[in-house]
Design a protein around this ligand. Structure first.
Ligand code: THU
Length: 155
């Protein structure tokens, strides 16, 4: 029997249409993105997370000459939070990127490995993790739950 998988998200022409709180999160992600270490791909990615105690934790991608040794921005931020604040929840995760690696109108979307990690971080906490994805042309997607990123997740 043919079935369909459904998920919902909001979209905005620009992240500047988001609430002030979300806009601040986007700005923090862009700010950390500047200092990403991405000499090989030249694709700088920034992740910011609004935590349940109100603080914002950020991370950027860190590349390495031995390619698999590098790490994506989302995982840098999530693993830092998991290490230092294991009892805090991530209320909202925001991801932005800059660089010629992808065309400007391509929707920014986390890689498969990051989706798996994001999903498990959400599963560990009581509340849903919102996800804000800002493409290079400012087009923005907002998901209510990280779960919507992966159908038939291994979790
Ligand atoms: N990257 C991230 O930081 N997050 C993702 O979800 C996808 C890819 C990084 C990894 C690498 O440093 C660069 O972007 C190009 O793949």
């Amino acid at each position: 029997m043919k079935k369909e998988w459904q998920f919902s998200y909001e979209d905005f022409d620009s992240w500047k249409e988001l609430s002030e709180e979300d806009q601040l999160l986007v700005q923090k992600a862009f700010s950390i993105c500047e200092d990403a270490y991405a000499p090989y791909s030249e694709f700088k990615v920034g992740a910011s997370m609004k935590m349940s105690d109100g603080q914002i934790i950020c991370g950027s991608n860190q590349e390495n000459v031995a390619f698999p040794s590098g790490m994506c921005a989302e995982r840098v931020a999530l693993f830092y939070a998991g290490s230092n604040f294991p009892d805090l929840e991530v209320l909202t995760l925001c991801i932005v990127a800059k660089g010629p690696f992808t065309s400007i109108d391509k929707i920014l979307s986390p890689c498969g490995g990051c989706r798996q990690v994001i999903l498990q971080s959400e599963a560990r906490q009581k509340n849903k993790m919102r996800v804000i994805l800002v493409s290079q042309n400012d087009y923005t997607l907002v998901l209510d739950s990280a779960k919507d990123l992966v159908p038939f997740a291994f979790i």
